[in-house]
Design a binder for this molecule. Structure first.
Ligand code: NAD
Ligand code: IPM
Ligand code: MN
Length: 359
């Protein structure tokens, strides 16, 4: 298989973890007889520094004309006081919106060797397997107006959804639930927000088309609690943009570290794959970032964009073996095993991939 992949390393640890994903993909290509051509482009603060925009036209064009996109992370203190349209985060939001990537899939499945790495009790998290489906191109993130008024005495952000935007993400969630354990939890704030009441109505309407899926409606504040007290209650969670952002970082605690979580942002067109975490300015440049979320995002790319299921599962297995062997990065609070840096843990995943193919 011949595929073109755009790499957007971005800021902070983005470059370090992107190097890891690239090496892993090169190994897969070599082992399974594929040809992946990589083209690197600028995004975020790095793009602002070099081209004056967090999402240069040339980057967007490259993303529109490729088979899949891998993104590291954007943002950092250096750019925090820039005007809104120049902030690194606008590069990320801009690419999601321009490519219409409305469905953000964030799987949260603890690797067995890391069950004891979570601050939560092993008995609470063992067996939990959740897919958060976050609406990614609407809600408070994109609603207009979003501005200051009256000499900074008033501020407004707008939570705006059109019916079709809710319908399509809810459909995606039902379909995903059908392929999993057939339970869908829709998360909202219907006791307060009109948008949530409409969201709930749409979920109920759509549920008639998916009678095999059990539907539960929960309020977001209660879910924030239940995610870490009874994570096994959940199979697929569907929710609006901001709730999904917050709940997915929280859910990462089940896996031992935010650095473990991958994601896929999908539409009918080209898919974008990125870890859930950010640019981690506190550890950037130290060579200690956990590359697993990024590597597992590359695995999601193989599965969702290229239908390379075997290759995708090989990466997951190689990661699991690496953890079984006791290797881990510093973000995982484990005392036993061997703590290694980004490059070394990547090498171990690569060795495991090679081993898998020969056995
Ligand atoms: P963050 O996710 O960057 O970091 C939160 C904490 O988790 C930090 O202590 C960090 O060191 C740690 N961490 C995150 N990923 C890690 C990894 N792979 N390995 C080891 N440790 C890891 O969130 P933040 O500090 O709130 O935000 C920093 C910047 O990142 C901000 O500018 C924010 O806007 C941006 N951000 C970008 C994305 C993205 O590009 N997708 C996502 C979230 C935040
Ligand atoms: C994420 C990030 C982004 C978001 C930021 C950086 C704009 O937190 O991908 O989870 O809020 O969507
Ligand atoms: Mn986030």
């Amino acid at each position: 298989m011949n595929k073109n992949i755009v790499l957007l390393p971005g800021d902070g640890i983005g470059r370090e973890i992107m190097d890891s994903a690239k090496i892993v993909l090169e190994t897969i290509a070599e082992q399974y007889g594929h040809q992946f051509s990589f083209a690197e482009h600028a995004i975020g603060g790095d793009a602002f520094d070099r081209y004056g925009s967090p999402l240069p036209q040339e980057t967007l064009q490259a993303c529109q004309n490729t088979d899949a996109i891998l993104l590291g992370s954007v943002g950092g203190h250096k750019w925090d006081s820039l005007p809104k349209h120049q902030r690194p985060e606008q590069g990320l939001l801009g690419i999601r919106k321009s490519l219409g990537l409305f469905a953000n899939l964030r799987p949260i499945k603890g690797f067995q060797p890391l069950l004891h790495a979570s601050p939560l009790k092993e008995s609470v998290i063992n067996g939990s397997d959740i897919l958060i489906i976050r609406e990614l191109t609407g809600g408070l993130y994109f609603g207009k107006p979003s501005e200051r008024r009256d000499n900074d005495n008033v501020v407004v952000d707008t939570l705006y959804y059109e019916r079709y935007e809710i319908e399509r993400i809810v459909e995606q969630a039902f379909q995903s639930a059908q392929l999993r354990n057939k339970k869908l939890t829709s998360v909202d704030k219907a006791n307060v927000l009109e948008s949530s009441r409409m969201w709930r109505e749409i979920v109920d309407e759509k549920s008639k088309e998916y009678p095999d899926v059990t539907v539960e409606h929960l309020l977001v504040d209660a879910v924030a609690m239940k995610l870490i007290t009874e994570p096994k209650n959940f199979d697929v969670i569907v929710t609006e943009n901001l709730f999904g952002d917050i709940l997915s970082d929280e859910a990462s605690v089940l896996t031992g570290s935010l650095g473990m979580l991958p994601s896929a942002s999908l539409s009918e067109g080209v898919g974008l794959y990125e870890p859930v975490h950010g640019s981690a300015p506190d550890i950037a440049g130290k060579g200690i970032a956990n590359p697993m979320g990024m590597i597992l995002s590359a695995a999601m790319m193989l599965k969702y964009s290229f239908q390379l299921k075997e290759e995708s599962e090989a990466i997951e297995a190689a990661v699991n073996t690496c953890l079984e062997q006791g290797y881990h990065t510093a973000d995982l609070s484990i005392t036993e095993g061997t703590q290694v840096g980004t490059k070394d843990i990547t090498d171990i995943v690569v060795q495991n991939l090679k081993q898998l193919k020969t056995t």
